[in-house]
Design a protein around this ligand. Structure first.
Ligand SMILES: [Zn+2]
Length: 279
């Protein structure tokens, strides 16, 4: 009798033991699987650099970009929020004889933007920095979109045109959701609009991009979509803005430093990840 009781206790204990082991394995397996699926290790940063130039006008713009400081802040914020698998250099450089167009060079993980292009954008706005500077920020973020898709192996469409839309979406996403820079985004739409009608513009922003007229329409639509996001009635642009948010919410999910940093999107309020001030 005594023995049987002990046995029963033992077997109960064993059953609990196995249940716990099972649970622990189950949880650990789940965490392991999740981390395998989600983890993008923090092994790189965006690195901003301003190449030297002999040209007086380029020197002036170079100094402006450095002194203004926002580009440095954007790069730091991106590094603060996102893990990158490799370093990506964000290089402003003197114009060469070749194409002036900004680009992301996947072979060298490098974004290249010439001072000549910056000067051209400035001239389209008659030198008004409130108008041209946001466009430089947009251009940097657009190229960062390409870089993120490449370095963090984020799903792309493998169709040049669609990936250009994705890069524009990222630029809009960051300017709109990180900085709430809605006025700046208006200037971006304006920029594409000016290019689409100004035949004297030497270098189109295109390449693989959509035509400037379409990019202008697209940016205006996103701005409108965001403005009417909380409205009850469904509008085409609201849907486009919603698609933009979903697209990059999903694509960036494995790259956020703070897990689920943007989870509270439904409240139209994003948690901020506290970054260490750079030492
Ligand atoms: Zn592009």
């Amino acid at each position: 009798m005594e023995r049987k009781k002990t046995e029963r206790i033992n077997s109960a204990a064993q059953s609990w033991f196995f249940r716990w082991i099972f649970l622990i394995i189950f949880i650990a397996g789940g965490i392991h699987e999740t981390s395998l699926a989600q983890e993008i290790r923090d092994e790189g940063n965006f690195i901003l650099e301003f190449g030297s130039t002999e040209d007086p006008a380029e020197s002036q713009y170079r100094q402006y970009l450095i002194d203004e400081g926002s580009l440095d802040a954007v790069v730091q914020d991106m590094n603060c929020e996102l893990n990158l698998r490799e370093n990506v250099r964000v290089t402003f450089r003197t114009s060469d004889s070749g194409s002036n167009n900004p680009l992301y060079d996947a072979e060298y993980n490098q974004i290249l933007i010439s001072y000549g292009f910056v000067i051209e954008v400035s001239s389209l706005f008659r030198g008004d920095a409130n108008a041209w500077f946001p466009n430089v920020v947009q251009i940097v973020l657009h190229e960062m979109g390409h870089a993120l898709m490449d370095v963090n192996k984020i799903e792309q469409y493998y169709d040049g045109e669609n990936n250009e839309v994705l890069a524009d979406q990222l630029a809009f996403f960051v300017m709109s959701e990180f900085y709430e820079a809605d006025d700046a985004l208006q200037q971006v739409a304006e920029h594409f609009d000016i290019r689409s009608v100004d035949r004297n513009v030497l270098s189109a922003t295109s390449g693989d991009h959509l035509p400037d007229s379409e990019r202008a329409t697209q940016f205006i639509c996103w701005i409108e979509g965001k403005r009417h996001f909380m409205a009850d009635r469904y509008g085409g642009c609201r849907g486009e803005y919603e698609a933009l948010l979903d697209s990059w919410d999903d694509r960036l999910a494995p790259s956020w430093k703070a897990a689920f940093a943007f989870e509270s999107r439904e409240d139209d309020e994003y948690d901020e990840y506290e970054c260490d001030e750079p030492g």
